[in-house]
Design a protein around this ligand. Structure first.
Ligand SMILES: Nc1nc2c(c(=O)[nH]1)N[C@H]1C(S)=C(S)[C@@H](COP(=O)(O)O)O[C@H]1N2
Ligand SMILES: [Mo]
Length: 322
């Protein structure tokens, strides 16, 4: 059997090319839109009206683009899960860009903390001191994966700002509620708003990240503008989008997917190739991105971040605490 292993430079070139083509096309569209005058404002490219503070970001050398092959921008922003805007993968790109406004936007810090506050997102980024870029693996519980160059800041910085009291043991994240503009919220099956949670020690782990951008540009609405959680060692559903509130609590919040199907989804949702979903295997994943290098690859324990996070789960039976 002949297997040709692509060279590193081929991989990064293929992704860099896809991104360059995307930028060019987008730029042409943008110039056209500007030419169209006032109507152009409503037709501006995705993300132009989202949180804009902090760009350009600086690459964090611990998570560089050279270490992983980033998925092309057009795939990251057109193949999405965002049930507020429908259940199809291409629904969010369509329906999250029809009148739903993500600027201005505020996020509230509440609960068992010494510094409760409500921040405008741009002011928050300024207060935190700017953005960095981190290239992370992104593994959905549905067994597909991407590599995303996120812009944002460590969640630990937000936790420090909130100044948790000793009783605070968990964070409860809540997404927005706007059934008028979020067509998926007109159907109540998921129980809106979307809710997620982390243990406080998970939240201050070096990997836990709040993203406000992708590829050096503000987050497109379909990816969770203007700010969303990124926990790369966990399945994608933990990465709650378009956060409006973070509450510090003394007990584990019931997250949306666990409430809906507790036999299939738990609180931890750590990527684990040895624990299958009741309806499919988690041993491997479909790599999103098209092209000749796309295919399936083996799923790694903690999605490849064992070194950074395994210590958080010492003594915990991961087949029971999934
Ligand atoms: N508010 C909200 N956040 C969400 C979801 C959602 O439906 N609503 N879907 C989750 C799932 S299942 C995944 S895989 C990721 C997808 O993020 P992406 O579209 O940026 O790849 O977002 C997560 N965050
Ligand atoms: Mo997912």
């Amino acid at each position: 059997m002949l297997i040709r292993t692509p060279k590193d430079w081929e991989l990064s070139e293929s992704s860099a090319t896809a991104e360059a083509v995307y930028r060019l096309r987008n730029r042409r569209e943008f110039l056209k839109t500007l030419g169209a005058g006032l109507a152009g404002v409503a037709l501006a490219p995705h993300g132009l009206l989202a949180a804009t503070a902090g760009f350009p970001s600086k690459e964090n050398p611990l998570f560089p683009a050279s270490a992983l092959k980033p998925t092309a921008y057009e795939f990251i922003t057109s193949y999405n899960n965002f049930y507020e805007f429908g259940t199809g993968k291409d629904d969010p790109a369509k329906y999250a860009n029809r009148g739903w406004k993500t600027e201005p936007w505020t996020v509230e810090l509440a609960g068992l903390i010494r510094a409760p506050a409500t921040f405008d997102v741009n002011a928050l980024v300024a207060k935190i001191g700017g953005l960095e870029q981190r290239v992370y693996r992104h593994r959905c519980v549905e067994a597909w994966s991407m590599v995303v160059p996120w812009d944002g800041f460590p969640l630990a910085k937000l936790v420090a700002l909130a100044d948790p009291k000793p009783e605070a043991k968990f964070l409860k994240f809540t997404s927005f509620l706007d059934p008028k503009n979020a067509v998926g919220q007109q159907d109540s099956y998921l129980g809106w708003p979307y809710v997620e949670g982390l243990r406080l020690d998970e939240a201050v782990n070096e990997l836990a990240f709040i993203a406000t951008g992708i590829y050096g540009k503000p987050l497109p609405n379909q990816n969770g503008a203007p700010l969303r959680l990124v926990t790369p060692w966990k399945y994608g559903f933990k990465g709650i989008k378009s956060i409006v509130k973070i509450e510090f609590t003394d007990r584990a919040p019931l997250n949306t997917w666990q409430r809906l199907a507790p036999n299939e989804y738990g609180f931890y949702a750590n990527v684990n190739p040895q624990v299958d979903h009741p309806r499919w295997s988690q041993a491997s994943e479909r790599v999103i991105g098209g092209g000749i290098f796309a295919g399936r690859q083996t799923t790694l324990m903690f999605n490849g971040y064992e070194k950074q996070v395994a210590g958080l789960y010492k003594g915990l039976d991961l087949t029971q605490n999934y």
